[in-house]
Design a protein around this ligand. Structure first.
Ligand SMILES: *[C@@H]1O[C@H](CO)[C@@H](O)[C@H](O)[C@H]1NC(C)=O
Ligand SMILES: *[C@@H]1O[C@H](CO)[C@@H](O)[C@H](O)[C@H]1NC(C)=O
Ligand SMILES: *[C@@H]1O[C@H](CO)[C@@H](O)[C@H](O)[C@H]1NC(C)=O
Ligand SMILES: *[C@@H]1O[C@H](CO)[C@@H](O)[C@H](O)[C@H]1NC(C)=O
Ligand SMILES: *[C@@H]1O[C@H](CO)[C@@H](O)[C@H](O)[C@H]1NC(C)=O
Ligand SMILES: [Zn+2]
Length: 505
């Protein structure tokens, strides 16, 4: 008997006791610490810098192969849920997700291993735990039926998704002036001392995203069923108007990725939440531009894009903001593939390290992108900045691009690259971003010779059939190239592309 007790305990501790219930603050922390106990090697729990107005901590679990540090070449990803305290589905989904990733890792599921080993994932199940408590109390008082608004705001009755500095106004002014920055628009110290009525939850998130170099994230809400992408604020100030960001096609791709892998979001037979048919989102693929739906100044999504390197979208997970616990498992099944697929999208595009010719990291270098897919050189006016270790990540949809790095004290440097995000290698569950490293030469030394001259590539592109934007299709381009190997210029292009690839391996 005395032997069977420890064995029983071992089995018990290896096993997840996850239940689909509405987890209150303490129960939420218990799930997080339980996951950490079962998967200590790949998890770390930490709290953001400020507690909420009612002194609850904003607690995050980090899931990755080496928790606690940023690793060069590993994109950082986050999910944030329950920013509106009465929109509770995301909170429960993230609790289940951490449990699922831990389980999958312990069981040796290949995709989970690949994802956890190559990505630094941060999950914050509740950004507004105070609001959740009052929404829950109101629901109980109301005999189990949730109310539409109680608990949406934080305990100071401020809507956190209207409380971020409105950087869109600065950005749109720069666009009109044709000058000024197109990223990292505001100094943190300035924002913290100048923004009006900033809430502790907002300050905590601002400091968090300034500190960790996130690449991709989603903000989980409820009350509708759609994946919403920037900009949220209209350019004209109208209440409703499509408001395109420089990365419109990449954002559309990202939102579509979530909607596509969700079992209902992009299914045309899914009924719109407002029965008037105003929001026929499913019929438009389950996605919407933020401004085209309704303008949201001070939201977290646009703030991420305009203040950091992070691309964020907003997910509305269902018509019911606070569904009965009995439905939570169904929500999990509906969202599970989408939640996983979206994290994998942090690996699209290009990434690399910017160093100088002494091997020293160059932080703060500007990474500028030019789209060359149609044979013209089109600047994408949203730069990303290299991190403290010199690494950078640039999410991109498929295409032919020039990447240009500029940093004070160095000669600018460009390389060309073909991005093919779905070029799956055998036995690989996901494709990592194309690697483009740069070795910068100080400007008091001779100008470096380019590995591959982008203009050469451009010349070849221009001579191809292939100038019409409508006809643009990368696979077509590649197969065309292969079929027409006899043509000298095309041979040269293939040679240059291959050389580029080798240089970057
Ligand atoms: C985070 O906050 C929670 C709740 O206040 C607390 O129980 C926990 O110990 C804190 N965790 C860390 C790592 O500081
Ligand atoms: C919040 O977390 C910090 C450490 O991160 C801890 O010192 C503090 O006691 C926690 N606050 C509460 C209310 O649990
Ligand atoms: C809740 O149910 C109780 C008992 O059935 C009833 O007395 C009370 O009026 C109900 N409250 C609400 C808000 O419906
Ligand atoms: C929530 O806060 C916003 C201001 O941020 C306010 O306009 C709104 O009325 C509040 N909602 C409720 C239900 O009080
Ligand atoms: C680059 O241009 C092609 C062709 O117009 C387009 O399909 C693609 O979305 C563009 N890429 C980006 C990141 O805008
Ligand atoms: Zn919301």
């Amino acid at each position: 008997m005395s032997v069977s007790v420890p064995i029983f305990l071992v089995l018990l501790s290896a096993c997840s006791g996850f239940e689909f219930i509405h987890h209150d603050y303490k129960a939420m922390l218990d799930v997080m610490y339980d996951v950490h106990r079962r998967c200590p090697e790949i998890t770390r729990i930490y709290n953001l810098s400020e507690p909420t107005a009612q002194n609850r901590n904003l607690t995050v679990i980090e899931i990755t192969d080496n928790p606690g540090t940023h690793e060069i070449g590993e994109p950082e990803f986050k999910y944030v849920a329950n920013m509106h305290g009465n929109e509770v589905v995301g909170r429960e989904l993230l609790l289940k997700l951490m449990d699922h990733l831990c389980d999958g890792y312990l069981k040796g599921v290949k995709l989970v291993h690949f994802l956890v080993d190559s990505t630094r994932i941060h999950l914050m199940p509740s950004m507004n735990p105070d609001g959740w408590e009052s929404a829950y109390a109101a629901m109980k008082k109301n005999n189990g039926t949730a109310t539409w608004l109680i608990g949406r705001n934080n305990s100071n009755n401020v809507d956190l998704n209207r409380n971020f500095p409105n950087l869109n106004m600065i950005m749109y002014q720069h666009e009109r002036d044709h000058k000024g920055k197109n990223n990292h628009l505001e100094k943190m110290e300035f924002a913290l001392s100048h923004a009006e009525n900033l809430q502790p939850e907002t300050v905590a998130v601002m400091r968090w995203i300034a500190q960790i170099p996130f690449v991709l994230s989603a903000n989980l809400h409820g009350g509708d069923l759609v994946a919403n992408y920037p900009y949220d604020v209209t350019h004209s100030g109208k209440a409703q108007e499509y408001s395109e960001s420089p990365d419109d096609s990449t954002f559309r791709y990202l939102a579509e990725s979530y909607a596509f892998f969700h079992t209902k979001m992009a299914t045309p037979s899914t009924k719109p939440c407002d029965m008037t048919g105003d929001d026929q989102f499913a019929k438009q693929g389950g996605i919407t531009n933020g401004g085209a739906w309704y303008s949201v100044p001070g939201g977290m999504q646009d703030y991420n894009y305009l203040e950091t390197n992070c691309f964020e979208i907003t997910l509305e997970l269902g018509c019911d903001k606070f569904p009965p616990a009995s439905e939570l498992e169904m929500y999990w099944e509906d969202n599970k593939p989408a939640l996983l697929a979206f994290m994998i999208e942090s690996h699209i595009g290009v990434k690399g390290v910017v160093k100088d010719n002494d091997g020293k990291a160059v932080p703060g270098a500007e990474v500028k992108l030019y789209n060359m897919s149609t044979g013209k050189e089109v600047y994408i006016p949203h730069d990303v900045i290299s991190n403290a270790n010199g690494d950078y990540y640039r999410l991109l949809v498929d295409g032919f691009y020039k990447v240009k790095i500029t940093a004070p004290g160095y000669h600018p440097m460009s390389k060309c690259v073909v991005v093919e995000n779905n070029n799956l290698q055998e036995n690989m569950p996901l494709v990592e971003a194309h690697i483009l490293n740069f070795e910068m030469v100080p400007d008091d030394e001779a100008k470096p010779k380019m590995d591959v001259d982008c203009s050469q590539l451009m010349e070849v592109m221009r001579n191809m059939v292939y100038q019409d934007e409508e006809q643009y299709d990368l696979t077509l381009l590649k197969s065309m190239l292969r079929q027409r190997l006899s043509d000298e210029s095309l041979q040269e292009l293939i040679y240059l592309m291959d050389q580029e690839q080798r240089n970057n391996q």
